[in-house]
Design a protein around this ligand. Structure first.
Ligand SMILES: [Zn+2]
Length: 123
């Protein structure tokens, strides 16, 4: 695990959670705008809804939420802050700006070269 202070970890955790809630709100309002028949305001677990919905509009947010969930998991497992590709420590500044970051900047560049935004890596 990257060598963050307790204070830095708390800040990253807060940034992570804030971003997660923002995304949830964005997705909720987009679902409402999309006129889906289910009542998203009543849903306590938005993931149950998302399992049934497949729109390009919210794909990006869903992906980021998944990454945030992964980051939260890593935080719990004390593996947080290390690049998933090369194991190098991701900088505190990068994590605060982009709490779902899974890679150091160098590996992220390489990754985006292979999988440009908008492409579908699974195909
Ligand atoms: Zn890396």
């Amino acid at each position: 695990m990257a060598n963050f202070t307790e204070d830095q970890l708390q800040q990253i955790k807060a940034a992570l959670h804030k971003r997660y809630l923002e995304l949830q709100d964005e997705i909720r309002s987009e679902l409402v705008n999309a006129g889906e028949e289910f009542d998203v305001r009543q849903a306590d677990d938005i993931n149950n809804i998302l399992a049934d919905v497949d729109t390009a509009l919210i794909d990006k947010q869903i992906n980021e939420m998944r990454e945030l969930e992964m980051s939260e998991k890593y935080l719990m497992e004390l593996e947080f802050g290390d690049c998933v590709d090369c194991g190098v420590e991701i900088s505190f500044e990068r994590l605060i700006a982009n709490p779902s970051a899974q890679r150091c900047i160098e590996c992220q560049r390489k990754f985006e070269k292979f999988y440009p935004p908008g492409s579908t890596p699974s195909l």
